[in-house]
Design a protein around this ligand. Structure first.
Ligand code: SER
Length: 321
């Protein structure tokens, strides 16, 4: 019987992954946890306030609920990490080592831990970035994710830990606002234009980045965890791709569906971070090894978000779909 613990369940991905896991395994089978108290979207099942830095606390929750699968999502992202590099390193590494050590002592516990396109850097091939290539991340977030990938592979090889990981592209969802990422413009824009405001974009208009709609991200996460153990050949982290677009392309698609939308550009320090990341990702290994397929292209994603978020915001702007 699968019994999951989601660490970081109140975050942008955590909320939606918790919902996806509860729909699949049943509400009582998924323990949501976060350093912050439960919020809407996590309250329809068990919830624990949990500090991912506290090994003893994680162990207690795992034993109390007889958890056998941990989704460890808590992290400080790229832009926020630059404001406090040592804190970002401490949180991102200590929390990962906590869950890996727990699974080292109990090999029945399976771990999911996300890596990111932030592991790549300025020397990495920019287009269709392959699984294995030069990686020279220059954000503390990217450095911690690359180090984390090495730890995952190490714990798998040395201690038999069943840890699985994907390098998420920028994740685009509307149910919760993301915090502190470089790809977050592609979420922020919907909140602004649907409230009738001009969106001031902090990246340049032609800056391409790999992106993915949240439903695809949840599917990829559950798919890799459910795949047969022997099919998981990469124990650091899999490249994972869906779509790639620039702010202008996103804006043009939004404008097609919501003619009131307006944008202006005022790039800040996050442009340098985006410049060091790929434009697009080649994810052949994920497709071959565990059958990864994405469902959302840009128009389908935009239409889902406009419809869902306008309902959530309770506004009545007219959109053309
Ligand atoms: N979305 C993340 C960020 O922008 C990248 O993994 O920091």
């Amino acid at each position: 019987m699968t019994k999951c613990l989601v660490i970081g369940a109140c975050g942008q991905l955590g909320i939606e992954l918790t919902a996806g896991l509860r729909a699949k395994y049943g509400h009582t089978q998924v323990i949501a946890s976060d350093i912050h108290p439960a919020k809407e979207g996590t309250q329809n099942g068990p919830f624990e306030v949990l500090d991912a830095m506290d090994f003893g606390a994680i162990k207690r929750v795992v034993e109390k609920h007889e958890v056998n699968v941990i989704y460890h999502l808590a992290a400080i992202l790229s832009a926020k990490g630059e404001a406090n590099p040592i804190m970002a390193w401490d949180l991102n590494m200590t929390s990962l080592l906590n869950v890996l050590n727990l699974a080292k002592d109990n090999n029945d516990i399976q771990i999911f831990w996300p890596s990111s396109i932030a592991v790549f850097g300025s020397l990495t091939p920019k287009d269709a970035t392959p699984q294995n290539c030069v990686m020279n991340p220059n954000t503390v977030y990217g450095i911690s994710k690359l180090a984390g990938e090495r730890w995952c592979e190490y714990y798998n090889e040395k201690y038999g830990v069943d840890v699985r990981s994907v390098r998420y592209p920028g994740l685009i969802g509307y149910k919760t606002l993301p915090g502190g990422g470089t790809t977050d413009y592609a979420v922020d824009i919907f909140y602004k234009v649907l409230q009738g405001e001009t969106y001031e974009c902090f990246l340049e208009k032609d800056c391409y980045l790999p992106m993915m709609y949240m439903d695809d991200a949840v599917k990829a996460t559950i798919d890799i965890m459910e795949a047969d153990k022997t099919s998981i050949k990469i124990r650091s982290s899999y490249n994972l791709a869906a779509i790639s677009f620039s702010p202008t392309e996103l804006y043009n698609e939004i404008k097609k569906q919501l003619s009131e939308a307006e944008i202006s550009y005022n790039p800040d320090f996050r442009q340098a971070i985006a410049d060091s990341w790929p434009n697009s990702i080649a994810d052949d290994e994920a497709r071959k090894d565990w059958g990864w397929e994405h469902s959302f292209d840009l128009p389908k994603m935009v239409s889902e978000i406009i419809q869902g978020l306008s309902k959530q915001l309770g506004n009545n702007l007219s959109y053309n779909k």
